[in-house]
Design a binder for this molecule. Structure first.
Ligand code: ADP
Length: 253
């Protein structure tokens, strides 16, 4: 480190430097605290399936073979908890990776949405309607990641509602807008402030059964931001939710 020469700096300059340094320290402190929080939340989330797996393994050791129903139940539970851990680890890696995304390919949003919905049509009975105002809408994107974002929104709409799902593709000035609307349980305004936080789940107990990790929307948000976009929600309890992605468009035809 070169020693900074402060001798011929004016009082104002020194004061400005002090403010800048303080801001930098505050920023570093905040990022460090966020990082620490993430590690602590992640360990906590991973500990639960590990404890369940251990519990079943010990029970199997004690009396599993003699009781076939218990044997069956334990094997299924161990498999399901191992799947949950796998999903958690994959999603954590995905969150870390999104920070370095470089969206550089020209991607047609209309085609990408069609493709994503087709995946769901193959595995879900749910009606998903797509309303398009244009034949194509080109954006700069990392194709797979943007697809993952829509996958998360549609998957949630299916998980947290029972009826039809509407997807709308619009253009406003030079912005592409994609809305994913469901008519399900909705989200209170208090929870709307937190659902994009990592590991946040509105109903923790019930969401464990649906396989929720609380990382989906955090990943969706980080993908949106890496595309210079914005992800937001409009929702009312009991009425349903609309998730809205806005991102810059690169052509206007
Ligand atoms: P999860 O893996 O739990 O679905 P997400 O990060 O995708 O995690 O979502 C966080 C929480 O936000 C969910 O647990 C759920 O409570 C709520 N949520 C997300 N999408 C919807 C939706 N379409 N309708 C109602 N609640 C939702």
């Amino acid at each position: 480190w070169k020693k900074l020469d402060m001798s011929n700096r004016s009082h104002d300059e020194l004061h400005e430097m002090e403010l800048t340094f303080n801001q930098m320290i505050e920023y570093l402190k905040e990022s460090y605290e966020k990082q620490e929080m993430f590690v602590s939340d992640a360990s906590h989330e991973l500990k639960t399936p590990i404890q369940i797996i251990k519990g079943y393994a010990q029970m199997l050791e004690r009396r599993g073979i003699a009781t076939p129903e218990l044997f069956q139940e334990s094997v299924l539970a161990i498999d399901s908890e191992a799947n949950r851990m796998n999903k958690l680890v994959e999603q954590m890696l995905s969150l870390a990776k999104n920070k370095q995304l470089q969206p550089s390919a020209s991607v047609d949003l209309v085609g990408l949405i069609d493709e994503t919905v087709k995946v769901f049509n193959g595995v879900s009975e749910r009606d998903i309607f797509i309303e398009k105002r244009r034949e194509t809408m080109t954006v700069k994107a990392d194709r797979d990641q943007l697809k993952q974002l829509f996958y998360i929104l549609i998957d949630n709409a299916i998980k947290y509602s029972q009826n039809t799902i509407h997807i709308r593709l619009l253009q406003e000035n030079r912005q592409a807008i994609v809305e994913v609307q469901d008519y399900g349980k909705g989200i209170s305004s208090k929870d709307q402030k937190q659902i994009f936080d990592r590991f946040y789940r509105v109903d923790k107990a019930r969401n464990r059964d649906t396989g929720g990790t609380g990382l989906g929307l955090a990943i969706a948000k980080s993908i949106a931001e890496a595309h210079e976009g914005e992800l937001s929600v409009n929702s009312e309890l009991g009425q349903g939710s609309t998730f809205i992605l806005r991102m810059p468009i690169i052509n206007e035809n």
